[in-house]
Design a protein around this ligand. Structure first.
Ligand SMILES: Nc1ncnc2c1ncn2[C@@H]1O[C@H](COP(=O)(O)OP(=O)(O)OP(=O)(O)O)[C@@H](O)[C@H]1O
Length: 307
């Protein structure tokens, strides 16, 4: 079956301005390096990695919200990489995004019904009455009763705002949802509610989700497959349970070791790796051999960036 989303050899180089007064110059920064990913239909793919590893840039490129420097993006089998504004519009409907910080994404002057209905309005779908009715139904689907339609974003809790952001993203019935750290700003119990909501909606609406997170426990409970990013590259990709029980790449294992364990008796020994050690293991991953076992890695080094 054609995947909902496929990224082929995607790269992004940002041009950074280095200050220096009269001698200011631009330098290239390779944020995403030759990333290939497949998101099958009705599945949830987790994209994990430390801050700055290129997860958001990858998700934004998948949606054509950031232009790739190289590579291709396929949505439902169609190459959308070079489509112009008009040709891209139907694909914009198919792909929606939810961010961590939903508050800044919700217009404070609009009611929740207006906020959720706005994408229908932008795409000219149905009458205003019809758009409002659909928006109220979608609010109910995300666990907010119809009376919320008349409220404003500042009246809501963080979890409720995230529900509104999800309702707005799903009102166009997209086939792909990019969820970029959608639960990181939430308390543990609210986090669980939002995860359950995403799972329910995914099953009900046949969604495919690219779930970007550095919260590995959330990723474990939600995803079918996980891709691990390090310095712009995918260093490991496998079924979720395989990642959590039999990770091959030392960087993945060091990420797993960094998950906090509350019970002190169950605490695992931590593994700290240097970037050079992770780099050394990365090119050899494709052969699945030659990856050094953790006990071979010299103790005493720390990988600060993942802590
Ligand atoms: N618009 C931009 N211009 C220049 N550099 C950028 C831009 N956006 C991201 N970067 C850089 O690209 C790299 C990857 O950033 P990105 O936000 O994609 O990583 P991330 O894994 O999503 O991190 P985080 O979890 O902190 O959001 C970082 O070094 C970042 O500083």
């Amino acid at each position: 079956m054609t995947p909902a989303l496929e990224l082929r050899n995607l790269s992004k180089t940002y041009q950074l301005r280095q200050s220096g007064g009269f001698f200011a110059r631009t330098v290239d920064h390779l944020a995403v390096n030759n990333v290939s990913l497949t998101l099958p239909r009705n599945q949830i793919l987790g994209l994990v990695g430390e801050s700055g590893s290129g997860k958001t840039t990858t998700g934004m490129m998948a949606m054509r919200l950031v232009e790739p420097s190289a590579g291709q993006i396929f949505v439902d089998g169609t190459d959308i990489t070079a489509l112009g504004h008009a040709a891209l519009k139907p694909y914009r409907r198919k792909m929606q995004v939810v961010f961590q910080d939903s508050y800044s994404a919700l217009d404070p002057m609009m009611t929740l019904a207006q906020i959720v209905a706005e994408p229908l309005h932008i795409h000219g779908l149905g009458s205003v009455a019809d758009q409002t009715a659909q928006a109220l139904d979608m609010l109910v689907k995300t666990g907010l009763d119809r009376t919320y339609g008349n409220r404003y974003p500042h009246e809501l809790s963080g979890g409720q705002r995230q529900r509104v952001a999800i309702a707005r993203a799903l009102i166009l019935r997209p086939s792909v949802l990019v969820a970029d750290e959608p639960t990181s700003a939430l308390d543990v119990s609210v986090k669980a509610q939002i995860i359950n909501l995403l799972l329910d909606l995914q099953a009900e609406m046949g969604l495919s989700i690219l779930f970007i997170s550095h919260d590995l426990s959330v990723v474990r409970s939600l995803t079918d497959k996980v891709a691990v990013m390090f310095q712009g590259r995918i260093v490991e990709e496998a079924a979720t349970e395989t990642i959590f029980t039999d990770a091959r790449h030392p960087y993945t294992r060091s990420l797993l070791d960094a998950i906090p364990v509350l019970n002190p008796r169950a605490r695992r020994p931590r593994t700290f790796l240097t970037r050079a050690q992770i780099e050394a293991a990365t090119p050899r991953l494709s052969g699945q051999d030659g990856v050094p076992e953790l006990h071979e890695i010299a103790p005493g080094h720390r990988l600060e960036a993942i802590r």
